[in-house]
Structure formats: C-alpha cells, structure tokens
Design a protein around this ligand. Structure first.
Ligand code: ADP
Ligand code: TPW
Ligand code: MG
Length: 604
C-alpha cells in the first residue's frame, strides 16, 4: 500500500474512531484557518496531507523561516492569524526567530510544531530531535501552549487564535507531540470538542475622558501632526482615519508600512518633509505607531522640545514607553477614530494655514531635489534611477503589492515608490530583518490573489532566495527584483588585511540572479538601464507569472547602513576611524556583465 492510500479522506466520516491528525485539521477549518505554510517531516507529514485533502491550502516552503514569515504576512494582510507547520527540534527552531519578529511587528500568526515523544524528551534519554519545545518557545512567542490530549485539540486551537489576534497581535506557538497526533477517540465525541473562537479580536472601546482630553489638546494646537503606523493599517480603520484627517486638515506622516493607507499623493501627506514637521509640530497624534527607535523615542534633537503627544494604542503598556504622554488613549483604532470623528462636532480642530504653507514649501524643495536624482542618467544604474523606473511602473499598476528588503534598496524604495492603497507595502519591519522578502511575497500572492513585486537588495535576497522555487511550483504572480550593487550596502569595500579574500561586505556584483528563476521555469530578465527596468517590470507584472529581474547597479551605489548609519558604532582608532572615503572605479556593463576597468580603491 502506498503512503497516500493510507490517508483516505473520504472514508473517515464513516469511521467510529478518529485521530489527532483529523481532529486538528477539523479544528483549523472550524476556525477559518484555510491556509498552512510549512516544511513537513516527522511527525507532521500527515497533518499537511490530511489538511490538503480536506480543503486547506498547503504551501510547502523550502525553509521554516520563510514559512513563518509567510504566515506572519498572511496574518497582517487578512487580519486573522496565518498558520505554519514545522517538524520537531531543528524545524521548530528555524521558525522561532521569525515567530519573535512577527510578535515584534504585531502580526498575528501561529506556529504548529510537531514534537518528539515527551516521556523520553523530558528525561533527556536521547530521543530523535528531542527538545522541550514549549519551554524554548516561551520567550519568543506571545503565548506558548502544548496540547497533550486529543479532546483538548479544539480548545488549544481556539486559545492560540485568541492569543494571536487579540490586543496587540503576535506570534503564538502550539506544541503537537507525536503521541497527540496518533491518539484516537470516538469520532462523534470528537466533533463535540471542536468550536470556533467567538470574536477573537473584540473591539476595545476607549474611555470617553481619554478621547475628550485628546480632542481638547488638538483644539489648542497650532501645528498639529498625525503619525500613521502599521498598527493603523492593520486596524482596518481606513475610512475613519481618512475622515478625521480630511475634516481637520491636519498634515500626516506615514510610517513605512502605513504608506498608502491614504494615497501618498494626498495633499496632507508630508512624507517629504518629516524633519521639519517633527521639529515644528506642537501636538502629535500617534495612531498605531510606536515611539520607538524609528522615531527617536519621541524625544531629543529631532523633535520640538515642547511637543505634546496623544498616543492611541491597543496595548496599555505601550503608553509612555519612553517619555510622558499628554493624552493617552487605550483602545482599538477603529472604535477610537470613530469617536474622534464624532467629537469634531463640538471641537474646532484645524492645522494653521501658515504651518501647512511652511511644510508645503519644504516638500516642494525636497521633492525637486530628490526627483532629479531619480531621473539622472548614470551608467551603470544606481538605486535612485532604477527605483525611479519602478515608481513609474507602480504608478500605472496601483493594485500591486510591494514587498521590500535590503538597506539602501529598502530606504530608497520607501522614499521613491509611491503607494496608493492600504496594506500593499510589506517590509523589514520594526527589527529591520533581512530574509523576510520571498516569504512575505508568497503570502501576499496566496492571501490576496494580487500581483506582487518583491524588491530585494542582493544581500537580502541571499537569505531567502531559494523560495523562487516555491513561487514557480505554485505558479504565483510574483516578480522578484534583485538590486545588485555587489554587496551589503555597496560593493566597493576593501579587505583591510592581506589574505586577498573579498571584504566582509562584498558579494558578487557580476552574478546573474535571474538564472535562479530560469532554473525553475520562471522568466528571468537582466536590466541595465531604467528603460529596461520599466519594460521588463511592466511585462512581468502583466504576465501574472513568476519572474525575476536582475537590476544591475553600480558597485558604488548605496551608503553604509542605509539611512540608519547613525546607529552604526564607529571605530576610534585604526584605518576606519572617522569614516572612510570611497574612490570611484571606472565600471560599465559590457555584453550583459558588469566589468571594472581599474583596481579597487583604498578605503582609508
Ligand atoms: P510603525 O513601525 O509603523 O511605526 P509600530 O509597529 O511601531 O508601527 O506600532 C504599531 C502599534 O499599533 C503597536 O504599538 C500596536 O500595539 C498598535 N496596534 C496594533 N493594532 C491596533 C489596533 N487595532 N488598535 C490600536 N492599536 C493597535
Ligand atoms: C537577519 C544586517 C542589514 S541590511 C543588510 C544586512 C545584512 C543587507 C544590505 O545589503 P543589500 O541592500 O540587501 O544588498 P543594499 O541595497 O543596501 O546593498 N541579518 C539579519 N538582518 C539584518 N538586518 C542583518 C543581518 C543587515
Ligand atoms: Mg546590496
């Protein structure tokens, strides 16, 4: 008998006994978990097979970290937890770092981890892939559970969903020992153990006083400013937020993943003059954005020293994380913004015309300066003019979801490529993680059916590039773009020693990443000019089929650490003390290959 014959999905309805595999799958289905990402093996192989047989879409990935990232993005994009499946110990551990990252980002997802025989694991007898996984997951997950009895599977699934979705969403671990999966019980009795989580992410209405205090503060403000974060995008309060912004005329700043919540070309969007807006705002309303490192913790030289904050967050512990808050509002953004809009009936709140003019003038100046960089002709291309071409294509394809990772490739893309619709930009997130890209892109295509453009630095792509095979195997409408400047940050760093090895930052500028896609049947493109980027990207998006565009950049394009070089500690002595200048190579693309005509420049 072959393995698939041992799983007979049609016969189990008539059996009097059922087992842990089937109860788990039924519990997932009863709770609307219709997609599983994962890598299978002992003991979860048949979880995936039975799930697929029962109508759950199973996406088999090439690495658990990518499966975890896919589940996290699925959760963010759908508003319900994404789920992924891992094998015992090594597979489980591969999923843990991204589970922690999902929690940091506030993305709801659940890792279902198969684990080995508990009795021998707990006595450390040397079991195959033996690890006390539930305990290992505790500091990594928002919650960590183990289901030991078949009759508790329904309960365990519901607890995981509620923990992942409610309050600030996050990553939850559920341990599934092998003995659980093979336990049996009466099929009819098992049905009665399964139930659906009722309202797992309930509205959290803020107190009237807190909303009133915030409105009063805004009423007194001369230069009010709004920050929109990915919590605001996740909250799906698009109309309430747009209504409040447009009725008050308050300028706003989108954080990276909140781009598109209102279209980037909205006249109140002041993304191009963030520095001036932060230095001059007197009251700032934070909607689903943390005052963490990304915003200088809300204090210091970037901010008006007299600024007062209003902070809306579902997590009460987030309030006053790093500084006093004049008007905290603990509640969900949708309910809160509805009350804020209603409150406008008895509060007169408007940004001053002078301030708006000041911001508009700065925006104009910055846009002109930056815009010229995106159209400047260089050979080879740099990040700016390559992304200028991407921007034009995305302007004409506003439904596309953008995934973005790298350093300069991330920062410059965020600044150059405009977004027009909510929840269509996914990126490295709060921790600035490399290796999220292809997992996020796969989930974006699977969860929404939309076309996805996944824009990676050449280093970033190295973390998760093997998933191009998954993109091809499932025929997903994903266009991968690899921005190759030959390294981490750029490709012209020198080995400061004498062994002749590449520098620690150097990667292969002359590689042909498009061949990776061709290896699996997708379409590969090699682009050396902005015109080619435009042509190939339009063609690839419209094909709705797997494609990879290798975007050949100069090895001098990019700056060390991208836009966060101030976080990079500098040596005080030695050749790197006080920063280092780069001399220019004479490089060009000849016959589809980047060539250097002179030796490497000195870095000191
Ligand atoms: P960004 O990186 O875009 O600035 P953050 O991830 O730092 O955004 O902040 C998102 C914040 O939004 C988190 O503090 C989270 O608790 C909060 N949040 C998430 N969902 C909601 C919601 N539905 N209502 C209120 N706050 C939310
Ligand atoms: C999991 C450290 C930050 S940015 C980056 C690394 C390795 C790569 C930047 O080079 P890339 O982009 O992608 O080629 P570009 O355009 O600037 O050349 N490991 C993890 N996460 C992070 N953030 C790092 C390492 C890092
Ligand atoms: Mg690079």
């Amino acid at each position: 008998m072959n393995a698939s014959a041992s799983v007979n999905p049609s016969s189990d309805q008539t059996e009097t006994l059922t087992d842990g595999f089937h109860v788990l799958v039924e519990a997932l289905k009863a709770n609307g978990l219709d997609t599983l990402y994962g890598v299978i093996g002992i003991p979860v192989t048949d979880v995936a097979r039975i799930a697929q047989a029962k109508g759950i879409r199973y996406i088999g990935m090439r690495h658990e970290a990518d499966a975890a990232n896919a589940a996290a993005a699925h959760g963010y994009l759908t508003g319900a937890p994404g789920a992924f499946l891992t094998v015992s110990a090594p597979g489980f551990l591969n999923g843990l770092a991204p589970l922690r990252e999902a929690t940091e980002n506030g993305f709801p997802c659940i890792q279902f981890g198969g684990s080995s025989d508990r009795a021998t694991v707990d006595l450390q007898e040397g079991q195959y892939e033996g690890l006390d996984q539930r305990a290992y997951a505790v500091p990594f997950a928002k919650a960590s559970y183990r289901i030991d009895r078949i009759e508790d599977i329904g309960l365990g699934v519901v607890r995981a969903i509620r923990a992942a979705s409610s309050g600030r969403p996050g990553g939850v671990y559920v341990d599934l020992p092998d003995s659980l999966l093979s336990q049996t019980m009466d099929a009819q009795a098992a049905k009665e153990t399964i139930f659906s989580a009722l309202d797992p992410a309930p509205a959290m209405i803020p107190s009237e006083e807190s909303v009133e205090r915030a409105l009063e503060l805004l009423e007194q403000a001369k230069n009010p400013l709004i920050f929109l974060g990915k919590g605001a995008a996740y909250a799906r309060a698009d109309e309430e937020i747009a209504d409040f912004i447009h009725k008050t005329g308050i300028p706003y700043q989108p954080m990276s993943m909140a781009k598109g919540l209102l279209p980037d070309d909205d006249p109140q969007c002041t993304a191009s003059c963030r520095g001036l807006a932060m230095r001059t705002a007197d009251v700032v309303l934070m909607i689903g954005a943390r005052l963490n490192w990304m915003l200088g913790f809300g204090k210091g030289r970037h901010w008006n020293p007299d600024v007062k904050f209003i902070q809306i967050d579902i997590d009460p512990v987030e309030i006053e994380n790093a500084r006093p808050i004049a008007a905290p509002i603990v509640g969900d953004i949708k309910s809160t913004m509805k009350l804020m809009v209603e409150g406008l009936a008895h509060h007169s709140i408007h940004a001053s015309a002078e301030w708006q003019q000041l911001l508009d003038a700065d925006t104009k100046k910055n846009d002109a300066r930056f815009g010229s960089k995106t159209t400047e002709v260089t050979d080879p291309m740099n990040h700016y003019n390559a992304l200028g071409a991407v921007k034009e294509v995305i302007d004409a394809h506003q439904d596309v979801i953008i995934v973005n990772e790298g350093a300069n490739t991330l920062d410059d893309c965020r600044d150059i490529v405009a977004m027009y619709k909510p929840r269509q930009r996914l990126d490295c997130g709060t921790w600035g993680v490399m290796g999220i890209g292809t997992g996020y892109a796969i989930a974006a295509a699977v969860a929404t059916g939309k076309s996805v453009v996944s824009i990676h630095g050449d280093s970033a792509f190295g973390f998760d590039g093997m998933e191009v095979e998954t993109i091809c195997r499932y025929k997903l409408p994903v266009t991968v773009m690899v921005f190759n400047n030959g390294g981490i940050y750029r490709g012209d760093f020198e080995n400061l020693g004498t062994d002749g090895d590449p520098s620690p930052l150097t990667l292969d500028a002359t590689a042909h990443y498009e061949k990776m896609m061709e290896a699996f049947g997708g379409k590969g493109y090699y682009a050396t000019t902005p015109a080619e980027v435009k042509q190939y990207l339009s063609e690839a998006i419209e094909s709705k089929a797997p494609a990879l565009i290798h975007v050949q950049l100069s090895i001098h394009s990019g700056v060390e650490s991208g836009h966060i070089s101030d976080l990079n500690p500098q040596p005080i002595v030695g050749p790197l003390a006080g920063g280092h200048e780069m001399e220019d190579f004479n490089e060009k693309v000849v016959d589809g290959k980047l060539v250097q005509e002179s030796p490497a420049a000195s870095t000191n």
